[in-house]
Design a protein. Structure first.
Lengths: 237, 72
């Protein structure tokens, strides 16, 4: 069966059979939501381990629902290996340049992918990172959709900006930084029914920030970002 | 793209009925955590060849993917 599965999909990497789920149990990732004696018993929580040459875990990506998967491009994006294979766009405002990219151009129900937003503040400007201050923190707000699950936005480390006139020290970004937004196309029966026959999905949202330089704080700004991704149904054996 | 050996481990089960878990599970806490070495294993691939963790690890490591069975 694995041979047929691999041949049909042109897979050349090893597909290992875990008889009796021995490896899955030894790794401690057996899906315990399935009763013994049922067909689904023995499956793992789906996930990926990135291992170094010694076999130590460098990163891991796990999902609870058996239909959900991190796309390979999204894993590579999170690992910092490029910005993926999906559409990209560049938006310039008077304060920042935003290079937005989707990790994947093609998604299916269950795909967990990422939008990466590389923000480059103009020279002398900064935007606000999460921290103890009352300025508007830079954020990305995905447009809610019944078929979309959005995870908390991931921020890189920030730096402290010392505003001398007020002797104020605040968390900011002055250098280019990348925000990573994880998103999953839900694979529930309702969503699959809703998306049946649809060949594209539009994933949108707004980057919100407040930019300041050493003299002026500009009005909070919103930058709309939108990508159209191809939608393919789940492959069935 | 970084060259890594991608390996799929499939749980093959031949029984009946599908039950879906409804209770949220903290999946990130399960199994080997970052920094820890994953357990050794030995399993057979689609061509009948036997692989171990050690045999699969290349100069840049490996990508180990756990998935459900290929038959449903």
């Amino acid at each position: 069966m694995l041979k047929r599965f691999a041949d049909e999909r042109g897979l050349t990497y090893p597909l290992l059979s875990d008889a009796g789920s021995a490896i899955i149990k030894n790794y401690g990732i057996l899906n315990t939501g399935n009763k013994e004696g049922t067909r689904a018993y023995g499956v793992p929580y789906p996930g990926t381990f990135m291992l170094d040459r010694s076999g130590a875990v460098v990163a891991r990506y796990f999902e609870e629902a058996y239909q959900e998967r991190n796309t390979v491009s999204s894993i590579l994006t999170r690992q910092g290996n490029g910005i993926g294979t999906g559409p990209a766009q560049t938006v310039r405002t008077s304060h920042v340049t935003v290079q937005a990219a989707a990790s994947d151009g093609v998604v299916s129900p269950g795909s967990r992918f990422v939008l990466s937003l590389e923000v480059t503040p103009r020279k002398g400007m900064h935007v606000y990172a999460p921290g103890k201050h009352t300025y508007q923190t830079v954020t990305f707000v995905p447009t809610a959709q019944p078929w979309l699950k959005a995870y908390p936005l991931k921020y890189p480390a920030s730096e402290i900006y010392h505003f001398v006139p007020l002797d104020e020290r605040v968390e900011v970004y002055q250098e280019p930084f990348t925000l990573v937004q994880d998103l999953t196309v839900l694979a529930t029966p309702e969503v699959q029914k809703q998306l049946a026959g649809q060949t594209t999905l539009t994933v949108a949202g707004q980057l919100e920030y407040q930019a300041c330089d050493d003299k002026v704080c500009y009005a909070p700004t919103r930058v709309p970002i939108s990508f159209t991704l191809d939608l393919t149904p789940l492959l069935r054996p | 793209m970084r060259r890594v050996a991608a390996v799929l481990v499939l749980g093959l089960i031949a029984t009946t009925g599908v039950v879906r878990s409804q209770t949220p599970v903290a999946v990130d806490a399960l199994g080997p955590q970052p920094g820890a070495r994953v357990p050794e294993f030995s399993a057979t691939d689609q061509s009948g060849r036997t692989h171990t963790l050690k045999s699969l690890l290349g100069p840049k490591g490996a990508m180990l993917v756990f998935s459900r069975s290929a038959d449903w």
